[in-house]
Design a binder for this molecule. Structure first.
Ligand SMILES: C[S@@+](CC[C@H](N)C(=O)[O-])C[C@H]1O[C@@H](n2cnc3c(N)ncnc32)[C@H](O)[C@@H]1O
Length: 245
């Protein structure tokens, strides 16, 4: 069973589209801030694309080629179903692959040497795909190291947990910060302060799950903080950033 995708995810995303409108609008704002390409015709590679439930077709239409990867066999047909017509209309070539793009990351990067790479809500899921949190953290570090020198971005879970927020209540507005410098302990004081502030705004209840993504971005990266009302009584805090070499 796929712990972060598959039919349950598709059903859940389809069913909650209306509740996720504000989150998707925040993500769209961030997506448009991607680093510009030097070449005119540009290619996008999406890792963990699923059906692209949370991205607008209009953003994808700005690329000459879009290539997606996901472990989930339902992802490719559903991505084509959601975005295919718009991409045909803009003349954007679409290729959807089923497979483990993270284990095969070197091969994927070599096959698409000039593409902008988007890790689309996948890094924060890795703790569910590995037996230990240490292994998950090491895997995330390996992946981001391999992307060194590339134009890439990631939107991922930072924390998630129960909330007293009423369904339909206004979400905290998207916030922006700069990724703080790393400290030897691996955790940053700034992150603890940010968690306190954001989780209060989301009316967090109890302990929230740490998705082990605090070291994804290099120090100084502009980071967007986005609230995601995943289901009634449960919220995620997403972080999103772009890196240019
Ligand atoms: C939360 S979902 C992503 C949601 C998606 N970005 C969207 O907007 O619909 C995480 C996805 O990452 C995929 N995934 C997890 N590990 C992967 C890997 N190693 N290679 C490719 N896809 C992976 C899962 O199958 C799942 O579809």
């Amino acid at each position: 069973m796929n712990p972060s995708g598959g039919l349950f995810w598709h059903w859940h995303a389809w069913r909650h589209q209306a509740q996720w409108t504000d989150t998707c609008a925040d993500i769209a704002v961030w997506l448009r801030e991607m680093p510009a390409a030097k070449a005119k015709s540009d290619e996008l590679v999406i890792l963990g694309a699923s059906a692209g439930w949370m991205m607008p077709s209009s953003w994808l239409q700005g690329f000459a080629r879009v290539t997606t990867f996901d472990l989930d066999r339902w992802a490719a047909p559903l991505f084509r179903r959601r975005h295919g017509a718009a991409l045909r209309a803009s003349g954007t070539a679409l290729q959807c692959h089923t497979g483990d793009a993270l284990t095969q990351l070197d091969t994927v990067l070599q096959a698409h040497p000039h593409a902008l790479v988007l890790l689309d809500n996948v890094l924060g899921q890795l703790r569910f795909h590995t037996p230990s949190v240490d292994e998950a953290s090491a895997r995330i570090a390996q992946i981001t190291n391999r992307l060194h020198g590339r134009r890439w971005g990631s939107v991922h879970d930072a924390f998630s947990g129960r909330t007293l927020r009423r369904p339909g209540a206004a979400l905290p507005a998207m916030q922006r910060s700069l990724q703080p410098a790393r400290v030897p302990s691996g955790k940053t004081a700034a992150r603890a302060v940010a968690l306190g502030r954001f989780s209060r705004q989301l009316q967090a209840q109890g302990d929230w799950l740490d998705h082990l993504t605090d070291q994804v971005f290099p120090a100084g990266t502009p980071v967007h903080h986005i609230a995601w009302p995943y289901s009634p009584g449960y919220c995620h805090w997403l972080q999103a950033g772009w890196i240019a070499p």
